[in-house]
Ligand binder design. Structure first.
Ligand code: IVH
Length: 671
């Protein structure tokens, strides 16, 4: 064989293999090779075709993405019209459908092919001699648009059928969809590019398929399931819908794996309920079930009414999207002080429940939707997800309602609100003063890593705040045994224990105190860094943003949060009260250069015998070390105690130095 003939043969083999692996992946959902293995085959083919362009054929798996955008889509005439389906919304309508069909056919029972009704976009695929030659949208059912170049980019759609027993001309019909995960990823991308978000997977699929530039379509996570055939020329197909589907599957076309054949209305309704239960866990959106008379001879006898077949029915699930009126926008202040706009809606049934509130997330989302009070909005509730406003029906807008802006002051405590640049969330600056945040602030203050007040649990904090015994964290230190003993589920003994615990917490460290204040973006590590760097609360209270940013690990966001926090009069008052109650040993300020472990990164794993991991962490940090949770190439030391986890193995694998407890102690002593 000549060299060229051999290359030609290799090219053909590669294409066959790639098509086969596509089939394993997209049709059988059972891949035989890894993604990397697949990519290797594709790359080899690309390479050979690059060297021998004369070998390229349009159905080669390398030829999915065309190069040039279209000016417009050409019109396609559907030889066999693409029909729609009659809808049923109740069991009795399904019953009627079945009875009418059986009467017409004079049969006593009926077999139905049942399958999910996918919420995507109908498409017609024309295969001539097994090669995809044209793809068209449904359009008005008789005329659609030629979207061949776009459809070629969908990996789940074969450019060439497998085997060789297919009809000369075969028109396959099905639904182009975007999976829920694909939809989320796409919107994430759109958000990053400041592009328009898609309201739901269906719109995303439609928008992606109607791109004039197939290179854009190629980036969209489109998928496909077929559900029928149109024109067939040449060999005839099997006599049942379910058998045709099996045949299409063998030719390499993805068929919904949930499809099956059932008996009578009972079988249909059982399947409907089963799928309703599965709906939220399916990877794609479905809006109902399609029942189809399985036997084609019976389908033919039943024929059509208007534009829908008498042999098929769409049994819809409760809609996940409805229109309603946006009555008002309220603002909720969350535990962190984040302001969340909430849409108050004219109550409406969505996805089986009554919805009267929906989240609007943040100001950006309101702006993106251009939602204004009084607008007609589209509300979506999918599964357990919180209802969302996904769109505004601008055409229904009356008059010129004003744009909505989140308030400049907190609706709970009237402190100014801020939105830091680069952040979507608007926060209340009220901090410790804001009632909405008070409970959370007290819980945080009392928590183990903060002031470590034993016995001050969440339920108790809520009671204390509700009873107005604690209006700010400083009030904690004024609580008496008598007051506490009067509360629910508190006896004299537990009340006195709590007062003791409160007293114990009066002696703490500057780092703990700073962390306990609950300043935005100031976690334990930052609090420790600040304490070490500035040495006193006074120094930190007076510092400006520029100086803060010279501290390692303090960026502009953290710096701004800190300055903003200490600027608030309410916070100053609370701190003023607290420092009369609490004390800590003075902190010796060391410059970074003096710290022996400055810049070294540690990971701790396993149980230490002489101290807890938290204590070890604090001591290491005091010496300038960074203590992180996972081992990487950048880790300098992994400290291994008793029964270490996988982190020790990883350290070994990466060649990171391992220290036992003795070595750690030596290191700490040196410091
Ligand atoms: S069969 C003559 N099966 O629903 C029957 N349609 O409302 C033609 N659809 O335009 C359709 N999933 O886009 C059929 N499993 C399924 C379907 C399905 C979704 C869509 C299809 C059609 C529309 C009709």
């Amino acid at each position: 064989m000549s060299v060229l003939a051999e290359i030609h043969k290799r090219v053909e083999t590669l294409r066959k293999e790639i098509n086969y692996h596509n089939y394993r992946y997209y049709v059988l959902d059972d891949p035989e090779i890894t993604d990397a293995g697949y990519d290797r085959l594709l790359r080899e083919l690309e390479l050979l075709e690059g060297e021998h362009p004369e070998l390229i054929t349009p159905d080669s798996p390398t030829q999915r993405v065309g190069a040039e955008p279209l000016k417009e889509f050409a019109e396609v005439q559907h030889e066999v019209p693409m029909l729609s389906l009659a809808n049923a919304f109740s069991d009795s309508e399904v019953d009627d459908f079945d009875r009418r069909g059986r009467e017409r056919l004079s049969v006593s029972s009926q077999e139905y092919s049942v399958e999910p009704k996918l919420d995507g976009l109908a498409i017609s695929l024309l295969y001539k001699d097994g090669v995809l030659t044209r793809a068209a949208t449904r359009g008005d059912g008789t005329k659609g648009e030629d979207v061949t170049l776009n459809v070629r980019t969908i990996d789940a759609i074969p450019l060439r059928l497998l085997g060789n027993d297919y009809p000369r001309e075969l028109e396959v019909r099905g639904e182009v969809i975007i999976t829920k995960a694909g939809f989320e990823a796409l919107n994430q991308q759109q958000r990053k590019n400041d592009a328009k978000l898609f309201a739901n997977p269906r719109n995303a699929a439609a928008g992606s398929l109607r791109q004039l530039d197939p290179r854009i379509t190629a980036t969209r996570p489109l998928s496909f399931y077929c559900y029928g055939v149109g024109k067939v020329d040449g060999d005839s197909l099997p006599p049942r819908h379910s058998e045709i589907m099996r045949q299409l599957k063998n030719w390499g076309l993805p068929v919904n794996p949930e499809s099956r054949v059932v008996n009578g209305v009972k079988g249909c309704l059982e399947y409907y309920r089963e799928m309703q239960g599965k709906r939220d866990s399916l990877p794609y959106d479905i809006d109902g079930i399609v029942y189809k008379v399985d036997r084609l001879d019976q389908q033919k006898k039943l024929g059509f009414v208007a534009r829908a077949p008498r042999w098929a029915l769409a049994h819809k699930f409760p809609a996940q999207e409805e229109m309603t009126t946006l009555l008002d926008i309220d603002v909720q202040v969350g535990r962190t002080g984040a302001l969340t706009p909430v849409a108050r809606l004219e109550p409406v049934h969505v996805g089986g429940v009554m919805v009267s509130n929906a989240t609007l997330h943040n100001q950006d989302e309101i702006d993106r939707l251009d939602a204004r009070i009084g607008d007609t909005v589209i509300v979506r509730r999918a599964g357990d997800v919180i209802p969302q406003v996904v769109g505004v029906v601008i055409s229904r807008r009356q008059g010129r309602p004003r744009r909505y802006k989140l308030p400049g002051t907190c609706p709970v405590c009237a402190s100014p609100t801020v939105r830091l640049s680069g952040e979507a969330v608007t926060y209340c600056t009220g901090g410790l003063y804001c009632a909405a945040q008070r409970k959370q602030a007290v819980k945080h203050f009392a928590s183990r890593r903060a002031m470590d007040i034993e016995g001050l649990g969440d339920k108790l904090v809520e009671q204390l705040v509700d009873e107005q015994l604690v209006n700010d964290i400083a009030d904690l230190y004024q609580l008496s045994v008598a007051q506490l003993a009067g509360l629910d589920r508190m006896a004299e003994k537990s009340a006195s224990n709590l007062v003791k615990a409160l007293d114990k917490s009066r002696t703490t460290t500057l780092a703990r105190f700073l962390y306990a204040l609950g300043i935005h973006d100031v976690g334990e590590t930052t609090a420790q860094t600040l304490a070490r760097h500035f040495g006193s609360l006074d120094a930190i209270r007076k510092v400006d943003e520029a100086t803060l940013m010279t501290v390692s690990d303090v960026g502009p966001v953290v710096a701004k949060s800190i300055v903003e926090f200490f600027k608030q009069t309410h916070n100053q008052e609370v701190i003023g009260k607290l420092i009369k109650e609490i004390n800590w040993p003075e902190v010796e300020v060391k410059s970074a250069a003096e710290l022996p472990l400055q810049g070294k990164s540690f990971v701790l794993t396993g149980t230490l015998s002489s101290m807890t991991r938290d204590e070890a962490k604090a001591e290491l940090q005091a010496l300038g070390a960074k203590v992180t949770g996972s081992v990487s190439k950048k880790t300098d030391y992994v400290v291994v105690g008793e029964n270490p986890g996988s982190k020790a193995d990883k350290a070994e694998k990466l060649g990171v130095e391992i220290l036992d407890e003795t070595a750690l102690q030596k290191l700490l002593k040196q410091g």
